[in-house]
Design a protein around this ligand. Structure first.
Ligand code: F6P
Length: 502
């Protein structure tokens, strides 16, 4: 079992002299070939990080000491890796990897999903032009990212993903969509999440209030709790279940991906799964220092644990990936934002850094000042795509990519100046992920890379990435306001509630 309660394994790394980035290139002539990994149409460039050969060897030893290989085997074997909830984490089975019985069960559920898509395509119900997908967290972020990233050419329906309980979110969609032609997709693993259920009720009322005779006839439910969906009123033939062992933020590969498969077509969805499977195989089989997710986790842990970086920033130099940072925020922070190890003892080292980011080049004119000259150490990640998605003059894409690469180079090299206000210290780390072209296979591989990197980080830190007990308190408090009144709260909170209630 991993020991996250001792900082011992990290001490050797802390004791190592820190090279400067520019000297690393001179000291290690083979750096480019060792620190770049190409896999599944993605190029991972770790060159501009401070990890030298000795540090990488130490990190590989640390991974071994933390039982990395056994833990990874346990993940793929479908063993219990989510100890606090006593279950496996079987999202890999959704893409055909992992325990044979879990893979077979996932295939059966995918077949059911495909069957319902065929029915909708054949217009046996509908016809639908609009899809209103209602869900939150893992039941919304993945589908929203995928449709936004890949929908431009292929999208066959107008899709809206609504997560916020703020009525504005739904109202905007109601104003745009035709109720008679709208398929309502209610996505909730538990089918109890308050925001989703309230939004779903309001969507039904909107249909009923606008002349739809059988509102439930236009509802599809995606859930691991099919009984609750039946109880709520959805016809069993339009409930697409998925396994309880698939975590919410890892669920886009399951029936939660239904709007993706419907909007982009079944072939695209299957290709997405195949791309993810290719990355899974790489993660399972590649040696530690040629293993992209593990190498990325080494970088993450080095900066978070050894160098004390509190955040990491991800900039997508591609409009199609604008929703990548919020997707990663849930994946990384809900998974690894923990204060105790697997055994419940307090961590001796920091856990996940805060993930933040944005879109380039916009972010250059907003937050990059801090990255170049601020006092915080922020490891930066650039994500860019070689093939443009637009049909404009190639000058646009050329400018986009040059900006991206120039930022990484400038963060590293800096620029001296006698005037301290104008000096750039440099030696600021970044890594770059360069994707051949943005298609379902590559995006599947990219998202699987992030999942496995998150898992690898958890193993190195000795924590469970598959539970999220920290979210429960907020849910309980919100419920108790409704059920028990405001007595239990402090004066400030009571006054805020009273002010609103008038
Ligand atoms: O925010 C907590 C959480 O449980 C996430 O893990 C999950 O993705 C989200 O709520 C939605 O949950 P559900 O799919 O059960 O509605």
């Amino acid at each position: 079992m991993n020991d996250a309660t001792s900082s011992g394994p990290w001490d050797a790394l802390r004791a190592m002299p820190v090279p400067t980035l520019t000297t690393l290139f001179a000291d290690e002539p083979d750096r480019l070939s060792r620190m770049v990994i190409e896999e599944a149409g993605l190029r991972f460039d770790f060159c501009k990080t401070h990890l030298n050969a000795a540090m990488l060897d130490a990190l590989a030893e640390l991974a071994e000491a933390q039982g990395f290989a056994a833990r990874r085997d346990a993940l793929f074997a479908g063993d219990v890796v989510n100890e606090s909830e006593g279950r496996a984490a079987e999202h890999v089975a959704e893409r055909g990897q992992g325990a044979p019985d879990a893979v077979a069960a996932a295939r059966m559920l995918h077949a059911r999903m495909r069957g319902l898509i065929d029915v909708i395509e054949a217009e046996a119900v509908g016809p639908f032009r609009h899809i209103l997908h209602i869900g939150i967290g893992g039941s919304a972020l993945g589908p929203n990212l995928l449709i936004d990233a890949l929908g431009d050419d292929a999208e066959r329906y107008d899709v809206a993903v609504v997560s916020n309980v703020d009525g504005m979110a739904l109202d905007r969609v109601f104003r745009r969509f035709d109720p008679a032609a709208t398929l309502i997709v209610v996505a909730s693993k538990t089918f109890t999440t308050a925001e989703t259920m309230l939004n779903a009720e309001s969507a039904l009322s909107w249909l009923a209030g606008n002349g739809v005779a059988d509102p439930y006839g236009q509802v599809v439910a995606l859930t691991a709790a099919p009984d609750r969906a039946v109880e709520w009123g959805v016809d069993e033939t339009r409930i697409l279940p998925f396994a309880e062992s698939v975590g919410g933020r890892y669920s886009l590969w399951s029936s939660i991906g239904f709007p993706v498969a419907l909007a982009l077509g079944w072939d695209a969805f299957e290709t997405l799964l195949e791309g993810a499977a290719a990355m899974d195989r790489h993660f399972r089989l590649a040696a530690p220092l040629q293993n992209a997710p593990l190498m990325a986790a080494f970088v993450d842990c080095y900066y978070a644990v050894v160098r004390g970086a509190e955040t990491r920033a991800v900039f997508a130099y591609d409009e199609r990936l604008a929703l990548l940072p919020p997707y990663l925020q849930q994946l990384e922070m809900e998974s690894n934002g923990k204060r105790v190890g697997v055994d419940g003892a307090a961590l001796a080292v920091p856990s996940a850094p805060i993930t933040w980011g944005g879109v380039g080049t916009d972010a250059q004119h907003a937050v990059f000042q801090l990255l170049h000259q601020g006092t915080h150490l922020v490891p930066v990640e650039f994500v860019a795509v070689i093939e443009p998605g637009d049909a404009l003059d190639e000058a646009h894409h050329e400018a986009l990519l040059i900006n991206c690469f120039a930022q990484g180079a400038a963060l590293m090299a800096g620029q001296p100046n006698d005037d301290p206000q104008r000096a750039y210290p440099g030696d600021r780390p970044s890594m770059t992920i360069l994707i051949d072209r943005l298609d379902p296979a590559r995006l599947g591989a990219l998202l699987a890379f992030y999942e496995q990197r998150t898992f690898a980080n958890a193993v190195l830190l000795g924590i469970n990435p598959f539970d999220q007990w920290g979210v429960e308190l907020g849910k309980t408090i919100a419920r108790s306001i409704v059920e028990e009144g405001t007595e239990r709260f402090d004066a400030s909170t009571r006054a805020l509630i009273a002010r609103v209630r008038g």
